[in-house]
Design a protein. Sequence first.
Length: 406
Amino acid sequence: MKRIVVIGAGFAGLWSALGAARKLDELRIPSDQVEVVTVNASNYHSIRVRNYEKNLDETLVPLSDVLAPAGVNWIEGVVSSVNANKGNVTVSTQTGTKSLEYDRLVIAPGSKLVHPAIPGLAEHAFDVDTYEGARRLQQHMSALSSAPASAGRYTVVVVGAGLTGIEVAAELPSRLRSVVGDRERDVIRVILADRTAKIGQEMGGAQPVIELAMKELGVELMPNVELKTVDGGGVVLGNGGRIDAATVIWCGGMRANPLTEQLPVALDGLGRLPVDAFLRVKTVRGVFAAGDCARLLVDGEHPSVMSCQHSRPMGRYAGHNAVCDLLGLEMLPLRIDWYTTILDLGPWGAVYTEGWDRHLVSQGDQAKHIKQLINCERIYPPRTRVRDDILRAAAPIVQTPPAKRS
């Protein structure tokens, strides 16, 4: 029996497994001839991009609801090593460690938040990188009103004004108000700090709108600063200033899962594997990569970004092509000729941009409606538990851009 192993069940990993299952189903190849196995650290698919939201209940999709109907097996565990020469991976589970042989491999374990060596950061800062981290932040904030009175009890410092940092900060004033009640609303303080000259400067034409929204939401913007230390009561900035804050949220940059470092190939600055248009890792036979672990020139010029917008189609094509490569069939090249960014701005609304220069095309309630359609519907796998529905959604196609108008 042949085996395709997929590492990860995030946006790229889940769709890689389903893409492979779909192609095998199309070819009427039974599972006793070619098996698809996914290895994931948990038994759920996390809608990670929603971790900044208050309600986390709907951000987890059980793998049993999606992979099982599609005929994909999975192992709850962590891949600790990849041996591309021997064609196997080492999997650690609660019951022990074992070697899993593969005929084709798809590497898609995603990315991790980078924690630089800032004193106190790891011990005292929160993040929304994972479901567990977002839940920990939620529990912390819910307990603030019962904590002993202190300077900065209702002050939150969000460090890092990338897309995640902006979305987190925009949600916080309303979340804090629900915690403190009417009597203490005047003590709420939310600060968004970044080393860049302008908060949200990478958002192109939407940057002035982001500044306006943050002002109306009551979020203080603090550009041109660096974080020096973090302690249990706040932060010290690079200029020596101190901010008392019971809550510090780190939203620094991302880096590909370190598993990529085990392959004999040069990585890019984000630790990603170079892949060709078929999602094959260059110079490594039988290995594909997708999502945050892979660097693909999506339109022949621009590299893929670490987002579900690119991870999902990359996964579908990687799984499809892994089957085709295994069986000696023609593979499909992936090309994506459009790029959009829809950024949530909490109760204020959202902004929608098009193109790599991020030209603003929609804002406010209209953009918010589009963002909610994406977050709550478009990026989810079918939850019907119906095999045909799931396999149909795994077709190797590139979706059209989300509609600008509701």
